[in-house]
Every structure is written in C-alpha cells, then in structure tokens.
Design a protein around this ligand. Structure first.
Ligand code: ATP
Ligand code: MG
Length: 249
C-alpha cells in the first residue's frame, strides 16, 4: 500500500491498521482532521484491537437495525466530522444516496476553513449537497455549549433521525432530548455516546459505513423494516460487545 510519503508492506501483520492511521495523518495534513482527532482515533484503535478488528455478529445486527431505521425515517441526516471525512467519504455519500439522507458537516473544533475542506472532500466523492457549512449552521441545539451545537435548520435541526459516526457524548444526549432517533458508530461500548444513542454500532467506521450502505441497499423496498428496528436491543448489543472485548465469548 502506498500513501504519499511511505509504503506499508502489504504482508506487514498490522498493515490494515497502519493504513487506516495513514489515512488520518493524510487527512490531518490536508486540513480535514485536527490533532485531537488523531488522539480520539487512538482510543478507537484500542477497542478495535479488542474486538479483533472485524465486524462482530452483534455489530452486524446493529448495522441491520440502523439501515432499517434510516430507511424508515422521513428526514434522515448523516453528520460528518473530520475523522469520518478522512476515513470514508465515499461510503458516506453512497449511504446518503441509498437511504435518501442529507449530509451535514458538524465538527467540535469548528473553523470555516475546515468545514469547507470537509465539504469539498465529500463533493469530490460525489456529494451533491452538503449542509451545515458557514452561516448555514444558524440553528442551535439547546443546552449544548460546544461548537457542535451549531446545526443547519434544514438538516440536523429538522431531522427525525441522525447518524453520528464518532460523536461526542454531550451532543448525543442533547439530540436524544430533542426527540431525535440517534444512530451512533462508536468502538467504545462504554462511552456516553454509545449508551445514549438509540442504536449504537460498535464497529470501526471504516467497516461500518460501507456495510450500512450495502445492507440499506438490500433492505430498500422490503416490508419488514419496522420489525427489524423493534427487535433490536441496544443495551444487549453493548453488553455483548463488551463480553467479546473481555474475552468472555
Ligand atoms: P463520549 O463523549 O461519548 O463520552 P469520549 O469523550 O470518551 O466519549 P470522544 O473523544 O468524544 O470520546 O470521541 C471519540 C470516540 O470515537 C471514542 O469513543 C472512540 O472509541 C471512537 N472512535 C475513534 N475512532 C473510531 C473509528 N475509526 N471508528 C469507530 N469509533 C471510533
Ligand atoms: Mg467526548
């Protein structure tokens, strides 16, 4: 695998993990990712190591429930931060198309230059419309102090369902309080995000996002969507993920 400045030998035992790291470093150099995002990724890597760097069976069930929920929603929005834009811009766009979802930039460390860089990256991968940039983010999530409170009145503010890959706990809790259905992608089953979301996919965003797009495509037009979401138990999924990490199953 070749990335700008280095070549990772494909037979290196940690090749995939190193490759993902390099995507983030590259994203950092291009102004998509902040240094804090690199640290957040490190925490994610540790949990990924513990689940065996694969999509577990229980995560597959969460992905199916999340895909069904997106298809059932009338105004679904995918919230995109710097790490997500660096790791999987193509599958964000693909999922948005399949699920009829809008895409909105939402970042913790907000600068207009970075918002624009993230928007441009998504457009490069085929996004037609990207919400939440600059003065477009004119609505506010109540009770939230961080810059993540700024949202687009046509996007997250009006959404019934929000997909939040790599989210902060505060905002997840605030979105749930606003009666929105929140789908999180978070490798840490103990985080406030994981516990507050309605559906948490405990998996790496690089695997979960393409899987979500694929499952949504398969489920589109089927009748059993509501049954799938009703049968999903998030608490159970988090417990099962934790058991896998502890080596109990
Ligand atoms: P919370 O705010 O929800 O209580 P936190 O403060 O511990 O969680 P943050 O720094 O807000 O964590 O967000 C980083 C989260 O994103 C971590 O829980 C980490 O496990 C997760 N994460 C990082 N990289 C990835 C990735 N590639 N795929 C999925 N999850 C990831
Ligand atoms: Mg946090």
């Amino acid at each position: 695998m070749h990335i700008d400045h280095i070549a990772i030998p494909s037979d290196h035992p940690r090749a995939k993990s190193l490759y993902i790291r390099e995507m983030l470093v590259k994203g950092f150099r291009r102004g998509l990712v902040v240094p804090e995002g690199l640290i957040a990724h490190g925490r994610g890597e540790a949990y990924d190591y513990l689940i065996g760097e694969r999509t577990t069976k229980t995560a597959q069930r969460a992905i199916k429930a999340a895909a069904a929920m997106l298809l059932l929603s009338s105004r679904p929005v995918i919230s995109v931060n710097g790490n997500t834009a660096a790791l999987c811009p193509n599958t964000v766009v693909e999922l948005a198309k399949v699920a009829g979802a809008s895409i909105e930039v939402n970042i913790f460390y907000r600068t207009e230059a970075r918002e624009r860089a993230i928007k441009a990256e998504l457009e490069l991968h085929g996004a037609k419309k990207v919400l939440g940039v600059g003065s477009k983010a004119s609505a506010r999530i109540p009770e939230l102090q961080s810059e993540r409170r700024r949202v687009d009145p046509d996007g997250i503010y009006a959404a019934d369902t929000v997909l939040v890959p790599l989210e902060d706990g505060d905002r997840t809790e605030a979105l749930v309080k606003m009666n929105k259905t929140v789908i999180a992608i978070d490798l840490n089953p103990l985080s406030r995000t994981s516990r507050a979301a309605n559906i948490t996919i405990v998996d790496n965003v690089v695997r979960a996002m393409p899987a979500l797009a694929e499952v949504a495509r398969k489920l589109r037009g089927t009748m059993s969507l509501k049954k799938i979401t009703d049968n999903f138990d998030n608490r159970k999924h988090l417990q099962e993920s934790l058991k896998i990490m502890k080596g109990e199953v």
